[in-house]
Write a protein that binds this ligand. Structure first.
Ligand SMILES: *[C@@H]1O[C@H](CO)[C@@H](O)[C@H](O)[C@H]1NC(C)=O
Ligand SMILES: *[C@@H]1O[C@H](CO)[C@@H](O)[C@H](O)[C@H]1NC(C)=O
Ligand SMILES: *[C@@H]1O[C@H](CO)[C@@H](O)[C@H](O)[C@H]1NC(C)=O
Ligand SMILES: *[C@@H]1O[C@H](CO)[C@@H](O)[C@H](O)[C@H]1NC(C)=O
Length: 649
């Protein structure tokens, strides 16, 4: 393995003074080998070295130097081990680069005593290491290369850090990335007290929000911290203590102060070790908006698939666009009331789950319709998906089944492979049928309803009985629970004024207010009737397989939906489709990405590719079975891990 000698280039900005109560440190932006980093302001340790020792590694005029903590388990630390570790850190961590070897602290975690084998000098010269420090175990043999020190005040995990050459204080290193897809509202970093701050750093030369990610080397996954080091973006309807919530509205963001509590859904992820890196864009108040026409207050995120000018869907569009675009982002938390996770998962080409209702508390989270609101993930890795679900839903997700369902229902599926998308869907159905040794039948939900509908439906079709339930619930519940207090608080602060609201939520609220307040109860009554009918006539519970059957319907079909389109004025989202079932019945509906289909882009004038996905519905509480099915299909090579960028696979 050959490394060229690269000298660390260092720029330290804005040395903050600590002297007065009004001034506090906000970290530093530092460039190492052309990559921009953030040195967090809180020292995580301090080196017990003399001023001379520290100064020996300093760059003129710069206090911070890059430092690597190397962790070695072998009994003798040789040049080969040094090279191997440097190579491994480079390969496994996007934050580390060999410029961090300017100073090295060697930490031995194997069986003592260990020795350092010569010659190390050549390697140290090759990597530009000016200061080599080691723990006591190595003391006897390293003086020639640097300094033996007595150790840390706090022992640190391996990885890249910054060290002050004036104080010996050590700070965590965050690599800074530019949110070029416009998926985030702001970058976050944790404070030491469990709250968060907006990241006060930026990458120069790009007109985007900056996101900072800490080194992956700091984290080790354990049973208690299964999400250790997993980088997560949070849809900006969930409160995070220390920072404000926008819900996609500028006036709302301005009006309210930073939150003092973190939403339980987010806190469960943090408790499992997740690293929250930023807040992500939502369409306004999580209503369904189209890019670009409906997004007045904020600009809609850019879906990276295909030509890069496709609608990212709504309302978890930031989480969808971000997870599809950024290798450095592992997981995003969205919400789904009427398709807000499933839609973005489909067109951005990733896994996504609308869970059974009620799996996690939605406290400190903006309501759309508490009877239908859910918290779920958008993610590329199907195994991480399951791990995250167990961390967030805790005991409410169980895998209480002994076999997978052996009955597949399809709705709206193609019957012949006439297009690329239908070929992909039918291929998956065929493989799944074989994998489950299942019987497959097409469900005609309208016909089944007509022959088995409950007496309460009084001869109505599903569309007549259920077509206004969704728009009435979201508009009347959000207006009552959220809009009225917001209007009132805003008016009190702005001399009786009303805040600006995007056209879609304004239209929907007006629709809800055009009905009497009793409409909400009637809608809930219809919803209950439908749910009982669905659970006893369509997808039933099962003792063996949790859900007697699984219902498949096509998700994204690879059809372009350009964002540079003038659309018709918004209206209420009335009507019934199979995608509404989970909203009403509270059952899980999850998205598996399957493949991609080509189209001729009117933007690039080239052939581009868009994702093809399937939705799968199971009985309520069978989320665990669907996650395990995804893992099993992944293991069998039937489901793959989507890539980031223009092409999904
Ligand atoms: C580097 O990684 C390889 C592959 O995982 C491993 O075999 C090797 O032991 C690692 N090197 C060191 C010094 O730990
Ligand atoms: C598939 O199911 C049928 C009955 O439904 C059964 O006879 C057969 O043994 C099963 N095959 C496998 C491989 O499980
Ligand atoms: C509920 O069902 C009744 C018919 O029983 C229908 O008149 C009404 O429009 C339905 N929807 C709502 C939201 O009440
Ligand atoms: C799991 O299923 C068994 C058998 O159906 C049932 O007795 C048990 O209560 C279930 N446990 C959970 C946690 O759902």
């Amino acid at each position: 393995m050959a490394f060229s000698v690269v000298r660390a280039a260092l720029v330290a900005l804005t040395w903050t003074a600590y002297a007065t109560a009004l001034v506090s440190p906000a970290g530093h932006t530092v460039v190492v080998n052309g990559i921009t980093y953030y040195a967090a302001p809180e020292p995580v340790s301090i080196i017990s070295a003399t001023a001379d020792q520290l100064k020996s590694a300093a760059t003129t005029g710069v206090d911070l130097i890059p430092l690597t903590v190397m962790e070695d388990k072998s009994s003798s630390f040789t040049t080969a081990v040094f090279r191997s570790l440097a190579g491994n850190y480079t390969a496994s961590d996007d934050v580390f680069n060999i410029g961090f070897l300017q100073a090295v602290y060697l930490k031995h975690s194997g069986t003592a005593p260990a020795t350092v084998k010569y010659p190390l000098g050549a390697a140290l010269t090759e990597y530009g290491t000016k200061l080599f420090m080691s723990a006591r175990a190595y003391q006897s043999s390293v003086q020639a290369q640097g300094y033996s020190i007595t150790g840390w005040r706090t022992e640190l995990p391996a990885g890249p850090y910054f060290m002050s050459t004036s104080t010996g204080e050590v700070y965590q290193a965050y690599r800074l990335y530019s949110d070029v897809q416009g998926a985030f509202t702001e970058g976050l970093k944790p404070n030491t007290d469990g709250t968060f701050s907006v990241l006060s750093a930026s990458v120069s030369g790009v007109q985007s929000v900056t996101i900072g990610v800490p080194s992956k080397l700091y984290y080790t996954k354990t049973a208690a911290k299964p999400l250790a080091g997993v980088r997560v973006g949070i849809k900006d309807i969930y409160d995070i203590a220390g920072v404000k919530t926008s819900c996609g509205n500028r006036a709302y963001f301005d009006l309210y102060p930073a939150r003092s509590k973190t939403a339980t859904a987010v806190q469960n992820l943090i408790d499992a070790g997740a690293v929250i890196v930023g807040k992500m864009k939502t369409s306004q108040f999580a209503n369904g908006e189209s890019a670009t026409s409906d997004w007045v207050d904020y600009h809609c995120p850019f879906n990276p698939r295909g030509d890069g000018y496709q609608d990212p869907s709504s309302s978890s569009s930031g989480p969808g666009a971000g997870i599809a675009a950024y290798e450095w982002l592992d997981l995003t938390l969205g919400s789904d009331t009427g398709g807000s996770i499933r839609g973005p998962s489909g067109v951005n080409g990733c896994y996504g789950n609308r869970p059974s209702t009620g799996l996690v508390s939605l406290d400190n989270t903006m309501p759309l319709s508490p009877d239908m609101d859910t918290a779920g993930f958008l993610v590329r890795d199907p195994l991480l998906w399951h791990t995250a679900a167990k961390a967030m839903y805790k005991e409410n997700i169980n895998s209480n089944f002994t076999t997978f369902p052996s009955k597949i229902l399809t709705s709206g599926f193609p019957t012949s492979a006439t297009t690329e998308a239908s070929t992909i869907l039918l291929d998956f159905l065929s493989k799944l049928t074989t994998f489950l040794n299942a019987t497959t039948s097409a469900l005609d939900v309208n016909a089944l309803w007509a022959s088995t509908r409950p007496a309460e439906a009084a001869g109505n079709s599903i569309s007549q009985f259920m077509g206004t339930v969704y728009p009435i619930l979201i508009s009347q519940q959000q207006y009552r629970l959220f809009t009225l207090p917001f209007y009132s608080d805003y008016a009190a602060a702005h001399d009786g004024r009303r805040p600006f609201i995007n056209p879609v939520p304004l239209t929907r609220w007006a629709y809800g207010q055009s009905f009497p307040a009793t409409a909400e109860q009637q809608a809930l009554a219809n919803k209950t009737v439908f749910t009982e009918w669905w659970n006893s006539n369509v997808v039933l519970e099962s003792e063996e397989s949790c859900s007697e059957s699984i219902l498949l319907y096509p998700g994204a079909a690879g059809n372009p939906n350009y964002r540079n389109t003038y659309r018709t004025a918004p209206g209420a989202p009335t009507g019934f489709s199979i995608g509404r079932v989970s909203n009403f019945a509270g059952v899980p509906d999850i998205v598996y990405p399957l493949g991609q289909a080509s189209y001729r882009s009117t933007i690039t004038l080239k052939t581009e590719f868009l994702p093809v996905t399937v939705d799968i519905v199971a009985a309520k509480g069978c989320d665990g079975m669907l996650f395990e099915l995804a893992a099993a299909l992944n293991k069998a090579g039937i489901l793959k891990t989507p890539k980031t960028g223009s092409e999904t696979f």
